[in-house]
Every structure is written in C-alpha cells, then in structure tokens.
Design a protein around this ligand. Structure first.
Ligand code: TRP
Length: 326
C-alpha cells in the first residue's frame, strides 16, 4: 500500500483550473485500490501570506467543501486541516534545528518572494516555510508526494533534512519520500487565454449562482470572426474549455458547428455554460450543502483530524524518544 500525501493550498475558492488540474486527478489517484491518500489543507502555510482571519476561515471551508463535493472518500483516505493537528508545528520546530540556514536561503520560492516584496516584508515564517512542509510529509511516513514542478525543490529539502536527521542518530526515524511531479502540464486556460489563475483574475468559479456563472462565461475572450464565417475551434478559448469537460461526441459536435459557420461565439458560450451547469450539477449541489451546513463539514474534517492525529502522535513519540524529550 503506497501512502500518498499532499498539501492543499487554501488561498482562495477553488476554480475550474484547480479542479481539473489538481483536485480531480488527486481524487482519481486516491481511488486506486493500492493507494491510501493523505490530503490536508495547508492552512498554516497560508498564514505566510494571508493575515485576515474571516477570509482564511471562508477559504478553508470552500476548499474542504470542494474536495467533498468532488467525491473524496474520507473513509478510505484521510482529510484534515493542518492547523488542527499540532504535531505539524511541533515537528517543524525539531526539524528547524536540523535545517542549515543556507539551504533555506537558497530556496527559489523564498528568493522569488523576496525579490518581489523586498527583504523587509519577508517573515521568519516565510523563510521556514519549507521546514513546515517537510514536517507535514515526514509526520505521516509518506512514500509518494504528488506535486507541481514548482515544489520539486521543497521535496528535495525534505529528503535532505530527513536523511541528515536519520544519519545523525544512525536510525531510520523518517521515511524518505519521493516526489511525483506531473509533467503532463495540464494547463487550463483562463477566460483571457493565459493560464487560469486566481492572481490573473481570469478564472471560472463553477460554484457561482447560474446567472453569475453565465456572466463570467460570456466574458471569455474571442476574436472578431463574423457570425456567418467558419471558425477555427483550436484557436478559441471557449472551445478549449468546452473540450476539457465535454464528452468526445459533444466535442466533435461543437467542432463541426465551428467549422460550418453560422455559429457564433455567443452560441458556443451558451453551450459551455449549460454544460458546466449540467456536468457539475451534483458537485454544485454538494458544495452548497457543505457551505450551508457547517456542522456536516466540521464532522467530516474532525473525523479526519482524529485519524491524522493517531498517526502523527506516533511519529512524534518516536522523534521525542530519539531526541530525549520523552
Ligand atoms: N507548498 C505546497 C504548495 O504550495 C503546499 C504544501 C504544504 C504541500 N505542505 C505540503 C505539498 C506537503 C505537498 C506536501 O502547493
């Protein structure tokens, strides 16, 4: 049984790009019989950038509701909030004391943020972000960590910290995790054609009320080919987004309409909007259910937190024993 672990950012309400690029693939992976997935909301990490409490609470709930809406099996897998399992921060401190400062100074993610914001606004939390991430992983003896390319260095740091700890005590206290980097580069275009991203404000929030969702879909950028003229579907964002959600038959159908002419971008957008509503009807309903029923959402998360703590506390006991804190 491979233990797969990944941290989920809680920096906003998940959009179609997050769902197709990360959430659905992770849920598919968790369904394979030989896998057991550990998925947690990295809400402590979000504190390095987001300081507002109510916003954080809202984002955490929306992220949790999205994963549950898309059918994550919380019985088979473990799903929790990092902040509710204090062993994450405890282990992070121990690991801090085994992490060379130059290694952190060399982290690309840190250097990029400092370059953007200036050294003055870089907190110690931002600096030690990779150590908390290492703690997240090592706490659960994870074998495989599926992450994006930008996280490759953080995984290398995790392995370095773990192996120098193991080496120092001549013990196998920590399991060395492997990164699984998805190279297939599933980039979902946003409504302006750039990569769909919260920071570009070009995302499609599939959980919006129907009329607001339609307004967003109507804003998808298209060229000025007249209604009557045939159109090239492969150059059009609406068609690209439609293709990511529709069945093969529906895609072939829309392709024919583009190429035949007398089919406008407005028509295509209406079809895309209708498809989103139709295709994600269950998910939209479940998302709203969890957003409206905080008790149900809490029950799921707290059950996950209990499972996570049972494992985390065993690892911490092992570490305390090694360090003489027991
Ligand atoms: N840093 C990761 C990201 O930005 C999120 C994360 C936190 C994570 N802890 C983790 C990912 C542990 C994998 C394993 O996406």
């Amino acid at each position: 049984m491979a233990r797969i672990l990944t941290g989920i950012q809680s920096s906003g309400r998940p959009h179609l790009g997050n769902i197709l690029g990360a959430i659905k693939p992770a849920i598919d992976l968790s369904k394979q019989p030989d896998n057991e997935s550990f998925l947690f909301i990295a809400d402590l990490h979000s504190l390095t950038s987001l300081k507002d409490g109510p916003t954080r609470r809202e984002y955490i709930r929306a992220v949790a509701a999205t994963w549950l809406a898309f059918g994550l099996d919380t019985q088979k897998n473990t799903f929790w909030r990092q902040s509710r399992v204090p062993e994450h921060t405890e282990l992070a401190w121990y690991l801090d004391c085994f992490t060379p400062v130059p290694m952190l100074q060399n982290a690309t993610s840190y250097k990029d943020k400092v370059a953007k914001l200036g050294e003055q606004s870089a907190s110690a939390g931002l600096f030690t972000y990779p150590v908390l991430q290492a703690a997240d992983i090592l706490l659960y003896d994870a074998n495989i960590v599926p992450v994006g390319k930008d996280q490759r260095q953080h995984l290398e740091m995790t392995r370095d910290i773990a192996s120098s700890f193991n080496h120092q005590y001549s013990e196998e206290v920590f399991v060395l995790p492997e990164a699984r980097i998805d190279e297939r580069l599933m980039t979902i275009p946003g409504i302006d054609g750039q990569k769909m991203s919260k920071s570009y404000n070009n995302y499609v929030d599939i959980f919006l009320p129907a009329n607001e969702l339609y307004k967003v879909v109507k804003k998808i950028v298209s060229d000025s080919t007249p209604l009557e003229a045939p159109k090239n579907p492969d150059k059009d964002i609406t068609f690209q987004l439609y293709s990511l959600i529709a069945s093969d038959e529906q895609v072939a159908d829309m392709r024919r309409k583009y190429e035949a002419g007398n089919y406008g971008y407005g028509h295509a957008k209406k079809e895309l909007y209708e498809l989103i509503i139709d295709r994600f009807a269950t998910e939209r309903e479940r998302f709203n259910y969890y957003m409206d029923n905080n008790d149900a959402l809490e029950a799921e998360l707290q059950a996950g937190e209990e499972k996570a703590r049972a494992i985390a506390s065993r690892t911490i006991a092992r570490v305390r024993e090694t360090l003489g804190f027991n």
